[in-house]
Design a protein around this ligand. Structure first.
Ligand code: ATP
Length: 211
C-alpha cells in the first residue's frame, strides 16, 4: 500500500489542505492519505484556536464525499498524532516510526510511506527533531505554496540520497492559510468559500474562532 501521513494543525482545515492532498494522491498514486491533526506542534508557540476534538471533527467533515481520479484512493482522519496525556509535544519522527511499526504489524506486504507537507513546512525541516531520520522513515511530497519558493533547496543541505526521497509538486498555488481564516472569523467575516463543505457550519454551531 502507498500511504501518506498528512499532519497539521487543521485549525481549521481549509481548501488548501484538500487541494494539496488531492494533488499528492494523484501524482504519487497514493492509496491512502491519513489526515492527522497534531496535538501539540513543537514549532508553533501559540496554542491552537480550537481543541483537538473539534479539529479532528472538522477534518472528518472536510474529507467526506471526496471524489478521486484514482478510485483506490481514500482520505482517512487519523488520531495517530493526538495529544499526549502528559501534554508533551508531538514530533513527526515519532509519528512516522509508529506508523511504520503499525503497518508492518498489520500487513505482511511492504508499504511505501510518504509524508505530505507544504513548501513553508519543508523549508523549515532542519529545525524538526531528527531531520536526518525523517528521510529514512518516509518519502516527502512537498507542495508549492504562495510566498515560499522551492527553487533553491541548498539551505536544506540534502544529500543525493535524501534528494531522491523528495517529490516536488510545484503546480499548486492555494492562497489560503488557517491563520488568516481565524483572523477573518474573529472579525465576523464569512469565509465559507475557503472552507471544505460543512466546516463553516461546524464552526458556527460550536462557536469556534469567535472574538
Ligand atoms: P497556520 O496558518 O495556522 O500555520 P496552515 O494554513 O499553514 O496553518 P497547517 O494545518 O498548519 O495549515 O498545515 C498543515 C500542512 O499543510 C503544512 O505542511 C502546510 O505547509 C500545508 N499547507 C497548509 N496550507 C497550505 C497551502 N495553502 N498551500 C500549500 N500547503 C499548505
Amino acid at each position: 500500500m502507498r500511504i501518506a501521513l498528512f499532519g497539521g494543525s487543521f485549525d481549521p482545515p481549509h481548501r488548501g489542505h484538500l487541494a494539496i492532498a488531492r494533488a499528492a494522491a494523484d501524482h504519487l498514486q497514493l492509496d491512502r492519505v491519513l489526515f492527522a491533526p497534531t496535538g501539540k506542534q513543537p514549532l508553533k508557540t501559540a496554542a491552537p484556536g480550537a481543541e483537538f476534538a473539534d479539529r479532528l471533527a472538522m477534518v472528518k467533515i472536510a474529507i467526506e464525499n471526496i471524489a478521486f481520479t484514482n478510485a483506490a484512493t481514500r482520505f482517512v482522519a487519523s488520531t495517530i498524532d493526538a495529544p499526549h496525556p502528559d501534554g508533551s509535544a508531538n514530533y513527526t519522527v515519532d509519528t512516522l516510526s509508529r506508523l511504520g511499526n503499525e503497518l508492518a504489524a498489520d500487513d505482511a506486504e511492504a508499504n511505501d510511506i510518504f509524508c505530505i507537507v507544504g513548501a513553508d513546512a519543508f523549508l523549515d525541516l532542519r529545525r524538526w527533531r531528527q531531520s536526518e531520520l525523517l528521510f529514512e522513515l518516509a518519502d516527502w511530497i512537498v507542495v508549492s505554496r504562495p510566498g515560499f519558493s522551492l527553487s533553491d533547496l541548498t539551505p536544506l543541505a540534502l544529500s543525493p540520497l535524501q534528494h531522491r526521497h523528495v517529490h516536488l509538486l510545484e503546480g499548486i498555488a492555494e492562497n489560503v492559510s488557517a491563520t488568516n481564516l481565524r483572523a477573518a472569523l474573529r472579525s465576523g467575516l464569512n469565509v465559507d468559500d475557503y472552507l471544505p463543505t460543512g466546516v463553516g457550519d461546524y464552526i458556527r454551531q460550536h462557536n469556534l474562532y469567535s472574538a
